[in-house]
Design a protein around this ligand. Structure first.
Ligand SMILES: Cc1ncc(COP(=O)(O)O)c(C=O)c1O
Length: 477
């Protein structure tokens, strides 16, 4: 069995082995009845202690994923009755094993009360206006479909984004430093492609946006989780890490953080930049949510705003405020980094779709956009308030959460001993879904937690669904 272990990773070796084997069982790569390698063989192959592998097998057996027969060995016990992989498939499987977390934890099934995805209800976004504009653009210039756009993005849109960033966030930049991406997710990938080799270390907030962890993990990078508190990523812990093994890159989602909804203080933003200067690492600032602030209180300025030395690569998302289907975002980097990022983007997709870029432009230019953001903040604030009120009514004293000051997510910590898988199963039976907190950690989740995205449903469905879920949790605690 070919497993990839990252000895420098903060995730203990036994957990890495466990997760990779479990992943194979759950995906059917190790089918029901398949004989597992002997402890001795696997420990020799992986160059790890016999007892480490033994510990993993014991856990798998306790959880019912394998069965051990005295004198015969261990055998897979799984729902998958598929035939074993061919040798070639097994070779390739080592890559799919790395595609974990969000993709595999977020259930693909459709649930009526879906709180698992950090997406905004399309009814709250300018769908009709964008559709009209798109039609008008196509009528006026059908060749837009048959023309390559510039790799760095449409010039008019880049100009507009620089105005937007200045007006919304107070950060002045030039269109020449803006690279249009296909969403923030692509921005994270471009940065990783450009600056990381598989031996590099990346530091992330713990918990962290799961798909960012996946991006770095899939490249083979060692990931160091840095805990967060009410002021965001703990700089004392990051500094300690830097003293021993400085990361090449630090990924943060500092404003209305996914999954916790928390915000990094201005002081920490500046400290992070100081550490970047001292230890020479890059910062990736994922700003997907900062326009969605509540109670009229603006969040601190972006890290990029304070970045005099050019350590920070800023990623602005439009999916949560305007149009996720259009798949656009913007990357802002100083000259020294920009050229390499541009080349990476070229090799990735030769530029984002031109029609989509032109379609977003008229919206960004109108006063309509400002009014829309105002309304969006109000609508989401109402949902946040309803969600927290319901949790208070049914679960007061039993769960812990901090009221987010913006964004789409509420992070709920449940009492020790609550089995999140069981809760998920029971919730799914009632057509309710949420994101298990474990999707947001590099290793195991320290405490049982769930992320509720209150932005996806209508007010009525949000109220109904949260009420059902809160009642269900109450029955379990
Ligand atoms: C923190 C964070 N970053 C990035 C993304 C991806 O956004 P985009 O649609 O801009 O690629 C998401 C989506 O949920 C997110 O929550």
């Amino acid at each position: 069995m070919k497993l990839v272990l990252q000895k420098e990773s903060a995730t203990p070796i036994h957990q890495q082995i466990y997760h990779q084997i479990l992943n194979r069982i759950q995906t059917g790569a190790l089918p029901d009845g398949e004989k597992m390698p002997s402890l001795r063989k696997l420990s020799t192959e992986l160059k790890v202690n016999y007892l480490t592998v033994n510990k993993v097998y014991q856990r798998l057996e306790e959880e019912g994923h394998i069965e051990v027969f005295q004198g015969k060995g261990a055998f897979v016990k799984s729902k998958h009755k598929t035939k074993p992989f061919t040798e070639e498939e097994a070779e390739q499987e080592v890559f799919s094993t790395l595609l974990q977390r969000s993709q595999y934890l977020v259930n693909r099934s459709k649930y009526h009360y879906d709180f698992s995805k950090a997406v905004v209800s399309p009814g709250l976004l300018p769908s009709h206006f964008l559709a009209q504009q798109t039609k008008a653009i196509l009528d006026e210039n059908p060749m837009i479909l048959t023309t390559y756009g510039p790799v760095e993005g449409d010039e008019e849109l880049r100009e507009e984004v620089s105005t937007y960033v200045e007006q919304q966030l107070g950060y002045q930049t030039s269109a020449d430093n803006i690279l249009i991406t296909s969403g923030v997710q692509q921005g994270i990938n471009i940065v990783a492609n450009t600056f990381l080799t598989p031996t590099d270390t990346v530091a992330v907030e713990s918990p962290c946006y799961g798909a960012a962890i996946d991006t770095f993990m899939n490249r083979g990078n060692a990931i160091v989780p840095i805990p967060i508190d009410e002021e965001g990523m703990r700089m004392d812990v990051l500094e300690e890490q830097c003293r021993t093994a400085p990361p090449k890159l630090v990924y943060v989602n500092p404003t209305f953080h996914n999954p916790t909804g928390g915000t990094m203080s201005e002081k920490r933003r500046k400290e992070l930049l100081e550490l970047a200067e001292t230890y020479g690492f890059l910062i990736v600032e994922d700003d997907s949510f900062s326009e969605i602030y509540f109670d009229g209180v603006l969040p601190p300025k972006p890290i990029k705003y304070f970045d005099d030395a050019g350590h920070c690569i800023y990623l602005k998302g439009f999916s949560k405020t305007m149009a996720p289907g259009i798949r656009l975002g913007a990357l802002i980097a100083d000259d020294s980094l920009y050229e390499s990022l541009y080349i990476s983007k070229a090799s990735m997709d030769v530029g984002s779709p031109l029609l989509n870029q032109k379609a977003l432009l008229p919206f960004m230019r109108t006063k309509r956009m400002k009014d829309h953001l105002e309304k969006l903040r109000i609508a989401l604030q109402i949902r946040r308030d309803i969600t927290s009120e319901i949790l208070d009514v049914y679960l007061s004293g039993n769960v812990r959460y901090t009221l987010p000051k913006g964004g789409l997510n509420l992070w709920v910590e449940l009492p020790e001993g609550i089995d999140i898988d069981e809760l998920r199963k029971r919730a799914n039976e009632r057509s309710i879904s949420f994101l298990p907190g474990s999707a947001c950690f590099v290793g195991d989740a320290p405490t049982p937690a769930i992320r509720l995205s209150f932005s996806t449903l209508s007010d009525r469905e949000n109220t109904e669904g949260i009420t059902h879920l809160a009642q269900l949790i109450a029955s379990l605690v």
